[in-house]
Ligand binder design. Structure first.
Ligand code: UDP
Length: 317
């Protein structure tokens, strides 16, 4: 049994990861300040003697008395409406101070540490699909910069701790992911479209809907993450994890309407919203033997079933 710290453990990805790690027979310490995470996401784990929840903001240093073997660092708001605006400075702090605090912990415990980075490090990509060697096209003063540059800085911290302190690091860059435990109110496109359709509200496409995203079902992503953590020593990444199937936002809306019904309206496109996004997953296939299995239509069906249980929480306009 390994002892594993998951920062950001009550969020969408964190809670799915905690459940997987517990199912695999590990001891899991879940840390979150519950700013965007929800304790209800880990409710079923709370009674498990191998699971502990600690409420803590990773911007502040923390010591864990138990010897840690592995750390997954997810803690950060990830949805544009959650990380922009009045929370933007806290977002950068979470990325940067959080990375330093987690890396110090990894150094002290001699633990392997995996950073959840993001396709946002590629910004408005001029290379398509995005390969890990592409250095990106980020607007450093735009409204997404708190997240994009914060995550880029976190990557640089991980590699400096690896080079200078010998910390055993792994870095993954996650593309859009969806599935159970998403917050119905965090404003992401999949949760918005499904919840809007289920509650009879207009389905809001931002811009003309021609921008593209690649959507990965959460179970596929978690499998890739665990494989990356257990990959050969010295393989640091960064490695892209995502589903290379590329859809326009209009196509996504049409799929949701076909499954649930609903009426589409068009709203202004937020600034710096990337025009296209699709991962090149050759590296993940080669090094991890990983590729997604769940097609978007099937993943949407599972996600719709989940949101039917959450629809009372969806805030109406
Ligand atoms: N989007 C949309 N309607 C919504 C929410 C999002 O059209 O109600 C668009 C958004 O402008 C972006 C894409 O869907 O082009 C994906 O947005 P999301 O916030 O899910 O993630 P992002 O990839 O932008 O971080």
């Amino acid at each position: 049994m390994s002892t594993i710290l998951v920062t950001g453990g009550t969020g969408f990805l964190g809670s799915n990861l905690c459940a997987r790690l517990i199912a695999d027979g590990n001891r899991v310490i879940c840390l979150d300040n519950n700013y965007t995470g929800r304790l209800s996401n880990v409710e079923k784990l709370l009674d498990n003697p191998n699971f502990t929840f600690i409420k803590h903001d990773i911007c502040d240093p923390i010591d864990i008395t138990e010897k840690l073997d592995y750390i997954y660092n997810l803690a950060c708001p990830a949805s544009p409406p959650a990380y922009q605006g009045k929370h933007s400075i806290d977002t950068t702090k979470t990325c940067v101070f959080g990375a330093i605090n987690v890396l110090e912990l990894a150094k002290k415990h001699n633990a392997r540490v995996l950073q959840f980075s993001t396709s946002e490090v590629y910004g408005e990509p001029l290379v398509h699909p995005q390969v890990e060697t592409y250095r990106g096209n980020v607007n450093p003063i735009g409204i997404r910069a708190c997240y994009d540059e914060g995550k880029r800085c976190a990557e640089s911290l991980f590699f400096d701790y690896h080079r200078h302190c010998g910390v055993d690091i792994k870095v993954i860059r996650i593309f859009n992911t969806y599935g159970p435990n998403m917050d119905p109110n965090d404003g992401r496109v999949v949760s918005n479209f499904i919840c809007q359709a289920l509650s009879g509200q207009d389905i809001t496409i931002y811009g003309d809907g021609h921008q593209t995203r690649s959507f990965c079902y959460v179970d596929d992503l978690i499998e890739g993450i665990v494989r990356m953590m257990n990959s050969e020593t010295g393989f640091t990444g960064p490695v892209n994890l995502g589903n290379p199937g590329e859809f326009t936002i209009k196509e996504l809306a049409e799929m949701v309407v076909a499954k649930i019904g609903g009426h589409v309206v068009y709203k202004d496109l937020p600034s710096d919203d990337p025009t296209q996004r699709k991962p090149d997953i050759t590296l993940a296939k080669t090094k991890l033997g990983w590729e997604p299995k769940v097609v978007l239509s099937d993943g949407l069906d599972k996600t719709i079933e989940y949101f039917k249980t959450q629809i009372d929480l969806f805030k109406k306009d």
